[in-house]
Design a protein. Structure first.
Lengths: 196, 113
């Protein structure tokens, strides 16, 4: 690829796309590079509260970094309650509920974090404090994997399966010599009024 | 892999999440084609400030678009108040405090801006 060829098309009513206000006109799809079976290329789907970046190289693809967000996070459409990030919320609280009391003491922080710690314009690779490693039981690991799958599952089935296999392999787990606590999977979950 | 789920505080349902693999952002481990990564990186520096941004709660966000044409210049200013300061901003506009923004009040605020 000599130079990324950017093709951007506004989705919706023909707006300019990529703005920071609400509305379907602000969302866009962009291809960086020419889609190819062998050469690298990238798909972006973005707008307010959404940035999906999928890099594709041959049969491999990754979706990092990506920012799924929502406002409102609950609304009624045609008589149905829609929760755009409902599964992510529910699986997170299921993970916390699966912890024993000692693990909860580690995991539940005594202060609130108002926004993303590792959001845009950050290059840190881990949380500087308040990061409790709590996954060391099989059942808890399964809950953690289900929590992660809500994000990883945005990818196509093939890509998501490969990433989930990697995540499950790297989850901290109990071994014959004790607890392997390699912190290769991190999730910070804060309280929400959406808690059930 | 790092996943953050950050429900924003306040009355509005407002959630930010981010999914990152800092060791493999933009597929850096998938491609040995350095020109691709450099070129994409340049594009992303331009795009990310808008695509990955979700407004903060305690900021009064201003976005100004300037369209320059042969005989005129159009300036559109979007102002979006974070939920933490929305009440304060409302008092700047609804100066008589009757809970409604009249046309005169909106024009007066626009002129001040």
């Amino acid at each position: 690829v000599d130079r990324p060829r950017v093709v951007a098309e506004a989705v919706g009513g023909g707006g300019r796309g990529g703005g920071i206000v609400f509305g379907r006109d602000e969302y866009f799809i962009a291809f960086l590079g020419a889609p190819s079976a062998s050469s690298p290329w990238m798909l972006q789907f973005g707008g307010h509260h959404l940035a999906i970046n999928v890099t594709v190289v041959g049969s491999d693809n990754v979706m990092t970094p990506s920012l799924p967000a929502a406002q409102p996070a609950r609304y009624v459409l045609n008589g149905q309650t829609i929760r755009p990030l409902g599964n992510e919320n529910d699986k997170g609280f299921a993970l916390i509920a699966a912890l024993d009391e000692n693990q909860k003491k580690q995991a539940i922080l005594n202060y609130q974090v108002r926004d993303l710690v590792l959001g845009r314009a950050t290059t840190a690779r881990s949380f500087s404090r308040g990061h409790a490693r709590v996954v060391d039981e099989c059942e808890t690991a399964a809950d953690a994997a289900r929590h992660c799958a809500q994000w990883v599952g945005i990818l196509n089935d093939e890509g998501a399966s490969a990433k989930m296999a990697e995540i499950k392999t790297n989850l901290p787990r109990r071994t014959s010599r004790g607890v392997d606590r390699r912190p290769t999977v991190s999730s910070r979950i804060t309280g929400s009024r959406d808690q059930r | 892999v790092i996943i953050e789920y950050a429900p924003q505080q306040g009355d509005l349902d407002h959630i930010h999440t981010i999914y990152r693999d800092p060791t493999n952002d933009y597929g850096r481990n998938l491609s040995s084609n350095s020109s691709w990564l450099l070129a994409v990186g340049g594009w992303l520096l331009v795009v990310l400030p808008t695509t990955a941004g979700a407004h903060r709660l305690d900021e009064y966000l201003q976005a100004t678009r300037v369209a320059i044409e042969r005989e005129r210049v159009d300036v559109d200013i979007d102002l979006t108040a974070g939920v933490s300061i929305a009440g304060q901003v409302t008092t700047w506009i609804d100066v008589n405090g009757d809970g409604e923004i009249s046309q005169a009040e909106s024009f007066a605020y626009a002129r001040r801006c």
